[in-house]
Design a protein around this ligand. Structure first.
Ligand code: WTA
Length: 662
């Protein structure tokens, strides 16, 4: 990387990097901006094979749109079949199991193709067909990739639930999707432990009357199996043919559902298309990570999140790349596991989240210095803003000041990356994500819907024609779709839920942007997206609690963590029961949502700030936790409670507590 001679902390790609890069000329931004639809259509043709071409590139009936109308293609075909002729024996997936004594597994494109076909045939034999939803509760093992691609091959929709969500969360998502089929594993390994899945989900399978449960016998733990309903993965594929015709998937068809958190208590089933989604996933993988045929791409993102879908699986395979999956914890058996994996496999591209970098940094530089990381060429960050300090460490210690850090901003809803600097163009600036990727238009609006000036914070929005990877609605909830994304500034402007600030620097005639984080009631805990309302709903189900508000509390490793403000029934003896109730709150959240949402702190209070109409104003709770100025408190109907709250959280902010009591 080359340091900017004038501006501090601004880096540009070296000549070396530019020469190698797919994209190194900023003119591409102007070309894409002149006619974004034509740009995406050209890229769709270049990056994918289509069974039938489209009659029309895009159609827009705000707030609905569709891309490549009349086309047909198949994601599994594009990830596998078309690479066979030239790359049959190339490694598609390197799988690193957690137990260090266990052998790595390598799957070539041919292996993956055959196993996907066999499993697709097995799904068909179980009566599963195009348009059927299948829920996954699966760890990072090769069968998860195989099963996802098999769904794509036959046009079934996968709905993948992260393993750190609880069985109840799986149940909610199965019910919403009307899914009666589950794929899981007996157990998997993480942090040296054997974490069971099948046994834990049995109750849910009974309650929803599941038709099929396919179990990968990963850890050989002898899970309970119900005759007729439960099938071992190995047994159902053993007699299947290694060929299965790929189903043509139309532009109007869905290729997967992925549940994510919004501002209400219930997670939303985000719907994604096939060819259009694949176009953005494929192009951004190639350009943003500068993926070349010989590269090994290690994305630490779990398949349970959108990053796992677009960049641990589909993006790299669509480009005929080699992707590396690791099953377990970065600390096992020691905190250098990721660095060891990079060293031993000569990884070229490494994509992870700021939380993980912060946590690994704390373990000490010696763990990373022990390893030769010179194979790395590109580093990526996602999920939350990356603070300059963490950026600096990642840049220097992991990337050896050689590798650009692509700070990729996007969402489950956008399907693919929308804002980031590109390796061959730059610039790379700590905490600045970059310009929008070619073909995407972003802006930052003030409350009235006017674009802000550089340096002024506002709300990050997207403008038509968006990217082809953009969501196709919320499953069974058209009202939610409109309300969450298309109501802030009317139905032609997509509101991301994030705050941001343009900076006074342009690339391709657009300002770079700094993303400052969610401004709605969504948390980013260790880069994992959670809704405050979901956590509040779980806690409100406790009989002892009458009122609850959950907000994000700053945390130096995880970015933020859930903090709970709870009001108990008046007859509860808090002095005696405080610890017990705190435990109960943690337990209920873990049970209803999962360990991923575990509250970090609970404050019992006598009241929370509310409007005249009784709506909790979380903004003040957030400011109190961050020691920030509270701003205008005239909308609070019960300002006296702020004094108690400030004391509880040990508020050291700029305002005097006494002023809240009037
Ligand atoms: C946040 C993850 C700052 C943001 C791909 C967004 C980021 C939410 C970044 C989506 C980034 C993602 N800088 N914030 N580079 N990337 N975010 O749906 O708040 O799990 O709205 O998708 O993560 O989370 P999701």
């Amino acid at each position: 990387m080359v340091k900017d001679p004038e501006k501090e902390n601004v880096y540009w790609p070296s000549e070396n990097l530019k020469e190698k890069a797919w994209i190194s000329d900023a003119k591409i931004y102007e070309k894409a901006r002149r006619d974004p639809k034509a740009f995406w259509a050209e890229k769709a043709k270049e990056t994918l094979d289509w069974f039938e071409e489209w009659e029309k590139i895009e159609e827009w009936n705000p707030p609905y749109f569709n891309w490549f109308i009349g086309s047909k293609t198949n994601l599994a075909y594009n990830c596998l079949d078309r690479h066979l002729e030239e790359n049959r024996n190339k490694t598609a997936l390197i799988w690193e199991p957690e137990p260090p004594e266990e052998q790595q597994r390598l799957l070539t494109y041919q292996d993956l193709y055959e196993q996907v076909s066999k499993f697709a045939n097995a799904l068909k034999d179980l009566g599963i067909k195009k348009g059927d939803p299948i829920t996954f509760w699966m760890p990072m093992i090769p069968e998860t990739a195989i099963a996802a691609l098999a769904c794509q091959r036959i046009g079934a929709w996968h709905s993948i639930v992260y393993t750190a969500f609880s069985p109840n969360a799986v149940k909610d998502r199965m019910e919403d999707a009307e899914s009666r089929n589950l794929i899981t594993a007996d157990a998997f390994f993480r942090g040296g432990k054997t974490l069971k899945l099948k046994e834990k989900i049995d109750r849910v399978l009974e309650e929803i009357g599941a038709k099929n449960c396919i179990v990968v016998n990963r850890a050989k733990t002898d899970p309970p199996m119900k005759k007729g309903r439960d099938h071992f993965y190995n047994e159902i594929v053993s007699d299947e043919e290694p060929y299965c015709e790929p189903e043509p998937i139309g532009a109007e068809d869905i290729s997967f559902l992925l549940y994510t958190s919004g501002t209400t208590g219930k997670p939303k089933g985000i719907k994604h298309s096939c060819g259009a989604y694949a176009t953005q996933a494929a192009l951004t993988t190639k350009w943003v990570f500068d993926l070349h045929p010989q590269d090994i791409f290690f994305s630490t993102a779990d398949i349970g999140w959108i990053t796992g879908h677009s960049y641990s699986l589909y993006g790299p395979l669509l480009n005929g790349g080699t992707v590396l999956w690791y099953e377990g914890s970065p600390y096992h058996p020691e905190p250098d596991r990721w660095w060891k994996i990079i060293d031993e496999n000569k990884v070229n591209i490494f994509y992870t989240a700021p939380t993980a970098i912060r946590a690994l940094r704390r373990k000490g530089d010696e763990w990373v210095e022990k390893h030769d990381l010179k194979s790395l060429r590109i580093l990526g960050s996602v999920g939350e803003p990356i603070d300059p300090d963490t950026w600096g460490w990642f840049f220097e210690k992991v990337g050896g000041k050689r590798c650009p850090i692509v700070d990729t901003y996007w969402q489950t809803e956008t399907g693919g990356i929308i804002i980031t600097s590109i390796p061959g163009i730059g610039p790379f600036i700590p905490s600045v994500a970059g310009p929008a990727v070619p073909g995407i238009k972003y802006d930052v609006f003030d409350v009235t819907g006017k674009p802000t000036e550089p340096g002024t914070s506002g709300k990050v929005v997207l403008k038509h024609p968006f990217g082809p990877g953009m969501l196709r609605g919320v499953h069974k909830a058209p009202d939610k779709y409109k309300e969450e994304y298309w109501s802030e500034y009317g139905d032609e402007i997509y509101f991301t839920g994030d705050g941001g600030r343009k900076i006074d620097m342009e690339i391709g005639e657009q300002n770079l942007i700094e993303i400052t984080g969610r401004i709605d009631d969504v948390l980013e805990v260790a880069g994992h997206r959670l809704g405050t309302a979901e956590i509040e709903d779980a806690i409100s189900s406790l009989a002892e609690i009458t009122e609850v508000a959950v907000v994000g509390k700053p945390h130096d490793v995880k970015g933020e963590v859930p903090a709970v403000f709870a009001v108990t029934k008046s007859d509860i003896d808090l002095e005696r029961r405080e610890e017990e109730l705190k435990r109960k709150i943690v337990e209920i959240v873990r049970k209803k949502i999962g360990p991923v949402a575990t509250p970090d702190a609970t404050y019992f209070v006598s009241d929370v700030p509310k409007t005249e109409s009784g709506k909790v104003i979380r903004r003040f709770l957030k400011s109190l936790l961050k020691d920030e100025k509270l701003g205008d408190v005239t909308t609070v109907s019960n300002p006296r409670c702020l004094k108690e709250l400030a004391k509880k959280v040990n508020y050291k902010g700029p305002e005097k507590i006494v002023s809240f009591t009037t």
